[in-house]
Structures are given as structure tokens and as C-alpha cells.
Design a protein around this ligand. Structure first.
Ligand SMILES: [Zn+2]
Length: 231
């Protein structure tokens, strides 16, 4: 990966004026109902595969970086190939004003270099199975990559079907590129020791690696909230 691309991949977080509190703003924009808005989105279409990956300490965060083609997601007919996933602690997005303990970003890139990020939030509770699998490699992780063997992004385990969708921006040039954000509504759990392990290998000044929550500035946020199956 080129240095420029790598730099872009590290700075996919929303720009300072992006909306980060999802649900309260969705309710403000669309009220309690708005099925025509919500039904346009559809389930997040994932087509992942197992591929060789490494665990990488990027000093700003810890990332699983896929070396082989681990598949893609499709949004509005654009195919975005998965590149890496990495963690922020505390979370960067808030839900109902709650800032959770951890957030994973799964970063994807299209053939035209457009970026799509899928985010999942975690609160303290039972250990997360995906992090559990990396736990041994995470211990004393230096800036030397640790091979993980074959990893399927689906093993991150995406929670439910509901998600928020909005367009953000890159924080570094070229800022004109749009970033499509997908934030799952259901919050997962992670243990204290897992969050500690992700933080401990980073330099002390980077251990809280989330950017502060910022106001919306009128940016639309959509909620995909499909009817329950089997009713
Ligand atoms: Zn991130």
C-alpha cells in the first residue's frame, strides 16, 4: 500500500463538523416514523472471504490488516473491498448521548478510491470473541507485524440488521472525497481486559485514541430499521 493510501486509511474518522450522536438526531430529523427513508437502505450487503491478515501496531491504533482479498461490501451498487479493521477507545460515535468504551472501524475502499467505514460500538460486559482470538498476538505487540493466518471479516460478528448511515469526510487531504459511514445500532460487549490489552501496546499519549464528539451541522443521517422477520 502506498504511503498516501495508508495515511488516508488512518484518517477516516469524521471531520470536526460531522454528526456523531446518531439516534437523537435521527429522531429529530424524521420523527418516530419515516419508513420511506429507512426502507431505501436495505441490509448491509457483505460478501467477505477468508484471507491472510496481520496484526499491526500503527502506534495510533491496533489494526488487523488484510494482505489478501478478504472480500467486500456493496453500497448503492459500489463495491468496497475490505482493507483493515482497527479500534478506538473510547468510542467516537455516541448513541443517545452515551459514549461507549470501544468502537471498531472496518475500513473498505472502492476501485475509485472511495472509502466506506462500518462501525460497531461496545460496552463493558462479556469478552468479544473476535478480539479474544487475537489476544495472544496482541500481547507485547511491537511495531513488527504479527501474522494471524487466515481471517474472515465476518468473524467480527455484525450485530443485527439495523444501522445508521451518513456521509462523512476524510480528515486529511484529499478532503473532497466522501466517506460512507455505517454505524450499527446494536451495541456489543467487550471485557475490561480486552480494552486494556488494545490500549496497553500503544504509546501512553495515544491510549485514548478517539476524537471528541462533534455537532451535526445539518448533515442528514438515515436509520435502517427493517420490520422484524416472522411476525
Ligand atoms: Zn478509525
Amino acid at each position: 500500500m502506498s504511503i498516501l493510501t495508508d495515511k488516508i486509511m488512518r484518517h477516516i474518522a469524521p471531520k470536526a463538523n460531522d454528526m456523531l450522536d446518531m439516534r437523537s438526531v435521527v429522531m429529530g430529523l424524521f420523527g418516530q416514523t419515516g419508513p420511506e427513508v429507512r426502507s431505501q437502505l436495505g441490509d448491509l450487503h457483505r460478501n467477505y472471504a477468508s484471507a491472510s491478515a496481520v496484526l499491526r501496531n500503527r502506534t495510533e491504533d491496533v489494526a488487523v490488516v488484510w494482505l489478501g482479498n478478504a472480500g467486500s461490501i456493496t453500497i448503492n451498487r459500489t463495491v468496497y473491498t475490505v482493507d483493515n479493521c482497527h479500534w478506538h477507545s473510547p468510542a467516537e460515535h455516541t448513541l443517545n448521548g452515551i459514549k461507549y468504551e470501544l468502537e471498531i472501524h472496518i475500513v473498505h475502499r472502492s476501485a475509485q478510491n472511495q472509502i466506506a467505514v462500518v462501525a460497531i460500538l461496545y460496552r463493558y460486559g462479556s469478552p468479544d470473541p473476535f478480539i479474544d482470538r487475537l489476544f495472544g498476538s496482541l500481547k507485547n505487540l511491537t511495531t513488527e507485524d504479527r501474522p494471524l493466518g487466515s481471517v474472515n471479516p465476518e468473524s467480527i460478528d455484525f450485530p443485527g440488521r439495523n444501522y445508521y448511515r451518513y456521509k462523512g469526510s476524510l480528515t486529511t487531504p484529499p478532503c473532497s472525497e466522501g466517506v460512507v459511514w455505517t454505524v450499527f445500532q446494536q451495541v456489543k460487549t467487550v471485557s475490561h481486559s480486552q480494552v486494556d490489552a488494545l490500549k496497553r501496546v500503544l504509546p501512553p499519549q495515544n491510549r485514548n485514541n478517539a476524537r471528541p464528539t462533534q455537532p451535526l451541522n445539518g448533515r442528514p443521517v438515515l436509520l435502517y430499521d427493517p420490520p422484524r422477520r416472522g411476525n
